[in-house]
Design a protein around this ligand. Structure first.
Ligand code: NAD
Ligand code: LMR
Length: 329
């Protein structure tokens, strides 16, 4: 093997998403079937032993692309030289916890991780935040990494994007592969807006093809937006394999590019496009090429979509104001 391995840091490595994610990274699905990877796993001290167990299993898979695994309970060490940082570990909301408590608890995680990325990550580092509240956690980490270009910090709405593809494909009786230009706008929360008005099915406008506004409003949008809660209700635990798969898709698309005539959804730092206040990390339709993303410009937004985008963006602004008040950004 002649290529230099790419260093991938995964936080929360002993958690359920970590367990579904690491084996796919090591088998080449994150970056490509010819790209060797070196894993750096970050866990809290109490979970290091479990992460060691996962590392033993990774060894036992004898993945040809896996060139090493190191485990840390210290963020500075874990992000040393990292090219791709997957920030999965977060404090889950527990009984009696208010949203503000969750933002504060996660600030305690994402502030030092942002600082550690700033201090030691590779110059080309790309960061994906999965841990919730993902958009605002990404904002916290990014604001503590002043030497890293802001556009390298992203948050995951690819799971929502994939959920939207799945729902639309069932309704239209087509394969997900026939659907292009799906968009998730806003926050990875129940206020998100899955938008089919610019999507296409077999090259034709998806909303016109489906032609069922009641389904769109009363079924599709709430089903996608509340899917995370529905999975928790059904499984007794939050989505894990689908979240890991979406994280793989997010980074793979960022690194390898979107297909011609298609785009994806990523939560990225706003430049003010579509009236989203500059600096918020909000989901947009984006194209990617050569490891860089660009927000798709010039889409017409009607009143129906405008109201929904604004509601989700307002929630992001509230979260930003809350973490600002807590001194986290
Ligand atoms: P989990 O509780 O199974 O695992 C989380 C892991 O993170 C644990 O092993 C924990 O020890 C670790 N951890 C906690 N603090 C840490 C820190 N400071 N540094 C390193 N590791 C730390 O949770 P999970 O099911 O794997 O989910 C992880 C996160 O992903 C949650 O916040 C969840 O809500 C979120 N999530 C996001 C999406 C999305 O689409 N953006 C989808 C599903 C889940
Ligand atoms: C999901 O979308 O499945 C998760 O973000 C749900 C959650 O709250 O962990």
């Amino acid at each position: 093997m002649t290529r230099t391995p790419v260093t991938v840091t995964v936080t929360g490595a002993a958690g359920q998403i970590g367990y579904a994610l690491l084996f796919r990274i090591a088998s080449g699905h994150l970056l490509g079937a010819d790209v060797p990877v070196r894993l750096r796993l970050l866990e809290i001290p109490q979970a290091v032993k479990a992460a060691e167990g996962t590392a033993m299993e990774l060894d036992d898979c004898a993945f040809p692309l896996l060139s090493g695994i190191d485990i840390f309970d210290d963020a500075t060490a874990a992000f040393e030289g990292t090219n791709v940082a997957l920030l999965v570990g977060a404090r889950p909301r527990t009984k009696g916890m208010e949203r503000g408590d969750l933002l504060e608890a996660n600030g305690g995680i994402f502030k030092p991780q942002g600082e550690a990325i700033n201090a030691g990550a590779a110059d080309d580092v790309k960061v994906l935040v999965v841990g919730n509240p993902a958009n605002t956690n990404a904002l916290i980490a990014q604001s503590h990494a002043p030497d890293v270009p802001a556009e390298r910090f992203t948050a995951m709405t690819r799971l929502d994007h994939n959920r939207a593809l799945a729902q639309l494909s069932k309704k239209a009786g087509v394969s997900v592969a026939d659907i292009k230009k799906m968009t998730i706008w806003g926050n990875h929360s129940a206020t998100q807006y899955p938008d089919v008005f610019h999507a296409e099915i077999g090259g034709k406008n998806a909303a016109e093809t489906v032609n069922d506004q009641a389904w769109l409003e009363n079924d599709f949008i709430p089903t996608v937006a509340k899917r995370g809660a529905a999975i928790i209700e059904a499984r007794g635990a939050s989505s894990a394999a689908s979240a890991a798969s979406a994280a793989i898709d997010h980074v793979h698309t960022w690194v390898n590019g979107t297909a011609d005539g298609d785009w994806t959804s990523m939560a990225v730092v706003s430049d003010g496009s579509y009236g989203v206040p500059e600096g918020l990390i909000s989901s947009f339709p984006v194209t990617t090429e050569d490891g860089k993303w660009e927000i798709v410009q010039g889409l017409e937004i009607d009143d129906f979509s405008r109201a929904r985008i604004d509601a989700s963006v307002n929630e992001l602004a509230e979260e930003r104001d809350a973490v600002r008040k807590l001194g986290l950004i």
